[in-house]
Design a protein around this ligand. Sequence first.
Ligand code: GLV
Ligand code: MG
Length: 317
Amino acid sequence: MADLRPRRSCLAVPGSSPRFLEKAKSLSSDQVFLDLEDACAPLAKPGARKNIVAALNEGGWGKRLRVVRVNDWTTHWTYRDVIEVVEGAGANLDCIMLPKVADAAQVQALDILLTQIEKTNGLEVGRIGIEAQIETAQGLINVNDIAFASPRIEAIIFGPADFMASINMKSLVVGALHPDYPGDPFHYILMQILMAARARGVHAIDGPFLQVRDVAAFEEVAKRSAMLGFDGKWVLHPGQIDAANQIYAPAQADYDHAELILDAYDHATSEAGGKKGSAMLGDEMIDEASAKMALVIAGKGRAAGLERTSSFSPSQS
Ligand code: GLV
Ligand code: MG
């Protein structure tokens, strides 16, 4: 996972709107995904493919991950989505997002198609990654196989709106806590997705929150999956971007502390530090497991571009 670029905020952009495609280049999300699926009406899909190819080739996306969401394999649009977008703009595209993934075979079918397109268009084989959206009961029971279905997999994404429909969940606010339910109705689903993503070493991404004007509620929902270990969340509105970038990166103090633990543990285990397996850092006892936990936080902080504001000296241990 260390070499995956950050996905704290994944901005949904309808491919049918040249205006939104242009605007997305000026927003500070880690990822943009240009949508051919549910944000595009059926009659608008052919035109949206062309808009997306043009927008990708025009450039100006900076360091953002450039992703296109195609239609799912149960429709008749998928093959044309993939062929038109990857043949037209494969050199300027990072991943294809596949929605409503039901099983590993659907990921493998996309992998095979991508390989053929890459070969015939002089692209490096394997350069286009795959993001798999889990949004049905069937997808969730197969999520472990889906995560391991292709070396191209970079992220497993929760799609709460379709998922709630798939399991007949009785709630009105997509992805939110519900006053009639004492716990978190999504905990089990999020954990299944997280386990599959972590076992495979790829990103786990939380899905959309549709009350786009209520940033406080977005923050509440985002903190829930960030605390579990999720790497980012979809954003549907510019107002959600800063919140996601902040919530899915460690706080400065936690980042500083993690770097301190890594240095202190390095020192403790060294010849100079006495080759100790555990040591005290202030009032905290640290060992190999503390260093592993610290590495996760430090890794997320480094990926988010945080800088240390303190340094270690052996007298601290
Ligand atoms: C996203 O695609 C969702 O269904 O929530
Ligand atoms: Mg969906």
